[in-house]
Structures are given as C-alpha cells and as structure tokens.
Design a protein. Structure first.
Length: 114
C-alpha cells in the first residue's frame, strides 16, 4: 500500500490549506484513515480520523477549524485546515490501517507564519 500526501506549504496565520492523501487502492479497504502531525522536537500526534463508514474524530486543538473528508472514487482523504495558527506548524502525515497492518505516507510540511 502506498499513501501519497501533498498540499502543504507556507501560509499566514488565519489562512487555509487543504492536504490530500491518495491511496494506491480503494480507501474502503481500510477500516480507518488518519492525519497525524509532528512538530520539531515533539511526538507525532493524531489530528483527525475518518472510519470506513465515514465517522470522524478530531483532536481538541483542531476541532472547529479542521475537517477530514474523503472522495472514495479518487481514493483520497483530505484535511481542510482553516483559521491556521503558528502552533499548527508541523509535518503532516497520513496513515491507514487494515487487518494486515498500518501504512504511512510521506510527510508534507505545513508552516504557518505569524
């Protein structure tokens, strides 16, 4: 399984970005897909989750600002990030899980300037 993340960049505080994670097979084959982020010197933290039936969950720090969604036909999961803050600066990773294992995409850098 390959996951290709993209969409990161440099944005001013208050701005928006949309991250994409394209899977090499149908995303319905995964029971969950997630977005994580890792800031320099910090642990990798869970940001948002979407299950195979479309249920979503968010870290408290991003609730109301970030939205995880999916396009099944495109094998893609998105993370819409609004009202970005400097503390959102991190490398963002997508992850998927199925009964056989856990798969990570490469990271995409998000930098929010104040």
């Amino acid at each position: 399984v390959q996951l290709q993340a993209s969409g990161g960049g440099l944005v001013q505080a208050g701005g928006s970005l949309r991250l994409s994670c394209v899977a090499s097979r149908t995303i319905l084959s995964f029971y969950v897909m997630d977005w994580f982020r890792q800031a320099p010197g910090k642990e990798r933290d869970l940001v948002a989750t979407i299950t195979s039936v479309g249920n979503t969950n968010y870290a408290d720090s991003v609730k109301g600002r970030f939205t995880i969604s999916r396009d099944i036909d495109k094998n893609t999961v998105y993370l819409q990030m609004n009202s970005l803050k400097p503390e959102d600066t991190a490398v963002y990773f997508c992850r998927s899980r199925d009964l056989r294992g856990t798969y990570w995409g490469q990271g995409t850098q998000v930098t929010v300037s104040s």
